[in-house]
Design a protein around this ligand. Structure first.
Ligand code: ADP
Ligand code: GLC
Length: 481
């Protein structure tokens, strides 16, 4: 099958979150299954720096100005790059400027992504021909199925929701600027509360909708998780056109046996490297160099989604009561949360380390050196860091929601006995409930034989991408063009 993915991020070329990790691995897993897979991506400044010599495929005059479609081979994966410097040649983050203001022309920037994806899927590159499936990801690529529909192009399309909280909403007046017919500005179309929603366009026009875990697929058919779109999603489910496909972990990037960011590699039968990693972290953050302390870590965007506010509240209670509890954060996002964590570290310098910013290498070191990884999300479509934690023997402590609920098994008497426990799970998004899970972790930690047993179980879990690739394959085959 010829598969074209359309997305706004791809690790390691451009990344703000898990979407990039998915696009950096799923296409390779599909190639390994024998498919002909390509990805279309904006030619952001940073992508151009890494791939300066992409070959010209076609030039088009569009509603967004003159656009060149280029092609480059990237580590064996075919990439179409949308070359439009007036839209994409900007530093840093793909969505907003350095003051966190969304770019005013995002409506055009990402309409062009949808348009170009539909154009390539319908044969813009004569050498590749038409795609069998156009697979668009998140709101940034949400218009791709709408263009296919507007052009009466019978190409199979799939739209994957990575996060329904970001809906790509723009004023209705822009419809005339993005080359879609006004008939589409309708409740059965791209209209949502009087505006254009790129996400809704994807949900409405794609042949099939997926999201990144079975539990999230269920949650979004109800409010509040459905972000106002639960009705449409529930209809899709009843039509058999909504499913959840759990993300995987890229073994080439996240593997404690080969991870160059760690001071020393490790695997389930030789865990000394993990000790070395913990020691190095305690040293780096100037914490008590105590191997008996429980080192909890968090690697996260700091937004309300991630539960960092009630985590702070819980830490203020648990840190003074448990001198053997440590916490290290790598994160960035809301300035008030960033500052609150910096103050926490000032208050408990021997127990808390905080690094505000984005740092890929340090992320690996936290996942490698920690004992527990904290993901107290209010909602979590899939979540990847708990999967990385499992693989590195860093037990996830998570809220029971979305993909977290699907991937972590609570440690209790029953799961200890039947050897299925892999982490710690709590229900309510409150400091109290999170504190209870921390107590559960501390109590297991103080049992020197039980902890390594649960850790072994965690490390034995298989979240390889091959499974997701097979599920998508079945989904594509069931579709009609
Ligand atoms: P989301 O996509 O909602 O942010 P995920 O858990 O799916 O959540 O993916 C987050 C990805 O971003 C992971 O690869 C994680 O390691 C990475 N990440 C998040 N914050 C940082 C940071 N400050 N520095 C480095 N990597 C980060
Ligand atoms: C989104 C979600 C996250 C998911 C990621 C990749 O950013 O917030 O839960 O893991 O996409 O699918």
């Amino acid at each position: 099958m010829k598969i074209l993915h359309a997305a706004s991020e791809l690790y390691p070329l451009i990344k703000t979150g898990g979407l990039a990790d998915v696009l950096g691995s799923l296409p390779f897993a599909q190639k390994a299954q024998g498919h002909d897979v390509r990805v279309i991506l904006p030619y952001y400044r940073h992508v151009r720096d890494v791939l300066p010599d992409a070959a010209l495929v076609a030039v088009r005059d569009t509603f967004g100005g003159s656009v060149q479609i280029r092609y480059a081979d990237y580590r064996g994966l075919g990439l179409y790059l949308i070359d439009a410097p007036h839209l994409y040649d900007r530093p840093g983050n793909p969505y907003h400027n350095e003051h966190y203001f969304d770019y005013a022309d995002n409506v055009i920037r990402f309409a062009i992504l949808g348009w170009a994806a539909a154009a390539v899927a319908t044969g813009l590159d004569g050498l590749w021909g038409r795609a069998d499936v156009l697979h668009a990801h998140d709101w940034q690529a949400g218009l791709a199925p709408a263009y296919l529909n507007a052009w009466n192009a019978y190409i199979k399309s799939v739209f994957t929701i990575h996060n329904i909280a970001y809906q790509g909403m723009f004023q209705s007046k822009h419809l005339g600027e993005i080359g879609l017919p006004w008939e589409m500005f309708h409740v059965d179309g791209v209209e949502f509360h009087g505006q254009i929603s790129f996400l809704k366009a994807g949900l409405f026009y794609a042949g099939h909708v997926t999201t990144v875990s079975p539990t999230y697929a269920d949650e979004i058919t109800r409010e509040p998780a459905g972000g106002g779109l639960s009705g449409l999603l529930d209809t899709r489910r009843q039509q058999g056109r909504l499913s959840g496909v759990l993300n995987g972990v890229d073994d080439a990037v996240w593997n404690p046996q080969t991870d160059a960011a760690l001071p020393k590699p490790f695997h389930p039968k030789a865990m000394q490297g993990k000790k070395a990693g913990k020691k190095a972290l305690q040293q780096f953050f100037a914490l008590n160099a105590d191997e008996k302390a429980l080192l909890t870590v968090m690697v996260s965007r700091l937004t309300p989604q991630k539960g960092a506010d009630f985590l702070l509240e819980s830490l203020h209670e648990k840190l003074p009561a448990n001198p053997d509890l440590q916490f290290v954060l790598l994160g960035s996002g809301a300035p008030e949360l960033e500052q609150a964590f910096v103050r926490l570290a000032e208050q408990y310098p021997q127990q808390v380390g905080v690094y505000i910013g984005y740092n890929e290498e340090l992320a690996h070191q936290l996942v490698g050196g920690g004992d527990v990884i904290l993901i107290p999300s209010r909602f979590e479509p899939c979540g990847l860091t708990q999967l990385y934690g499992l693989k590195y023997g860093t037990l996830p402590l998570v809220r029971r929601t979305g993909g977290l609920a699907d991937t972590v098994v609570q440690t209790d008497e029953v799961t200890l006995k039947n050897k299925t426990a892999t982490g710690f799970v709590f229900d309510e998004p409150t400091a109290g409930a999170l504190g209870g899970a921390l107590e559960n972790a501390l109590s297991l930690w103080r049992k020197p034989r039980a902890w390594p047993a649960v850790r072994r179980q965690a490390m034995a879990q298989d979240f390889g991408w091959h499974k997701a690739a097979e599920s998508y394959d079945a989904c594509y085959r069931s579709l009609r063009g």
